[in-house]
Design a protein around this ligand. Structure first.
Ligand code: GLU
Length: 380
């Protein structure tokens, strides 16, 4: 199957971005309860199939505006931030109510750009969101508008959603929009515009289509240009993007049934993208030397346990990239789960002895997921 449905039905992790125009009723400024209820039923179907879902939801500012009686069209930045503070809790209440009939727990996750760009914070945020997903929760993510300043904003939730998709290794990012895909020109002004079904590479021609007359297509913060920017981030992280109409009651079902959409294919697999990032773009801050037994285990896809480590060099923090060296030379690079001082203390120890020494345990020294081995196709 090459329609958009194959990406959606086979994905293990799905990120769905939902704009304010869908979540908040334009005329009343209240949550769009009927749409949210229908969407939750649609989403519950994917959950029942065993798929993990994360929702990136806008709407805080729009809901807070009404609550605070801020009627002027252009709000000052502090007013917007105040509106977001008041609206975010209303937004979560609406999501709670929507998923409640399905017995589906949700959880609020508010991020700032640093949470996906500063590695240590990224690892923390990833661990929390991973845990929520494994506990069968649907995380509802938004930008932490109340505290972010202009310089540290994602700016739009399309990009936020793409960064989150990258962070959790999602297989597909669904951008629910007010337009059913990417067009060769703005379809509202150019009747000859055609929708692109499937994009396997983001060429300069495609950039031009999204950046020209089409850039402003769509209400909300993000037009086509930001959607394509999001798709580019997702693609590089091994995640496909589906742009489709969100206004219908069951947009996910509609995609599976072949409704119009544009699919931007994933460039590489999510794991390969992540591992090549570890292998290539991080300067190692230290070296862990391991024994022959550990070297064999790592080559077999296992995590690096403290027990197999014979020497720790360098000054690295938790989450920094380190070189892993075996008896025959470099084995690969990985992200350390302990800082250098703690790694020193636990080198050579069995896993069940770590807590007594450090007062906590963070599992293996390097998890297999965070290890890029030399010579593996993923590390190139
Ligand atoms: N974070 C904003 C809100 O919740 C929306 C930003 C966007 O939609 O791009 O109101």
């Amino acid at each position: 199957m090459t329609g958009p449905s194959s990406e959606l039905t086979t994905a293990r992790r799905v990120v769905i971005k939902i704009g304010s125009a869908l979540v908040v009723e334009a005329d009343t400024g209240l949550p769009a309860r009927a749409w949210l209820a229908a969407f939750a039923a649609d989403a519950a179907r994917l959950r029942a199939r065993g798929q993990q879902l994360l929702v990136v939801s806008s709407g805080a500012v729009a809901l807070g505006r009404r609550r605070l009686g801020l009627k002027r069209k252009a709000l000052t930045l502090p007013e917007k931030q105040a509106a977001a503070a008041a609206g975010q809790s209303l937004l979560m209440r609406a999501w709670e109510e929507a998923f409640e009939p399905h017995g589906q727990a949700v959880a609020q996750v508010l991020l700032t750009r640093d949470d996906t760009e500063v590695r240590r914070r990224w690892l923390n945020a990833r661990a929390t969101v991973d845990t929520l997903l494994d506990l069968n929760v649907v995380p509802v993510v938004n930008e932490n508008d109340t505290v972010v300043t202009e310089e540290i904003r994602y700016g739009d939730n399309d990009r936020l959603a793409a960064r989150v998709a990258q962070m959790i290794g999602a297989d597909v990012l669904v951008l629910l929009s007010d337009i059913d895909g990417l067009y060769t020109a703005d379809p509202r002004s150019n009747p000859a515009a055609t929708r692109l079904e499937r994009i396997s590479e983001i060429t300069p021609e495609i950039e031009a289509m999204a950046g020209g007359a089409n850039a402003g297509a769509g209400v909300g913060t993000g037009g086509m240009a930001t959607k394509l920017a999001a798709a580019r981030i997702a693609r590089a992280a091994g995640c496909a993007t589906i742009i489709t109409l969100g206004g219908r009651p069951n947009p996910l079902q509609a995609v599976e049934d072949g409704a119009p959409a544009t699919v931007i294919e994933a460039g590489v697999s999510a794991t390969a993208a992540y591992k090549s990032w570890i292998a290539g773009s991080l300067a190692p801050a230290g070296t862990l030397t391991v024994d022959a037994g550990a070297a064999t285990a790592l080559r077999g896809g296992k995590s690096l346990l403290a027990a197999g480590v014979t020497a720790v060099e360098g000054r690295f923090g938790k989450g920094d990239a380190v070189l892993v060296r075996g008896p025959d030379g470099e084995l690969g690079r990985g992200l350390a789960r302990y800082d250098a001082a703690d790694a020193q203390k636990i080198a050579g120890l069995r896993s069940d002895a770590i807590e007594a020494v450090l007062g906590f345990t963070a599992g293996p020294l390097i998890h297999a997921d965070d290890l890029a081995l030399v010579g593996s196709p993923e590390s190139r």
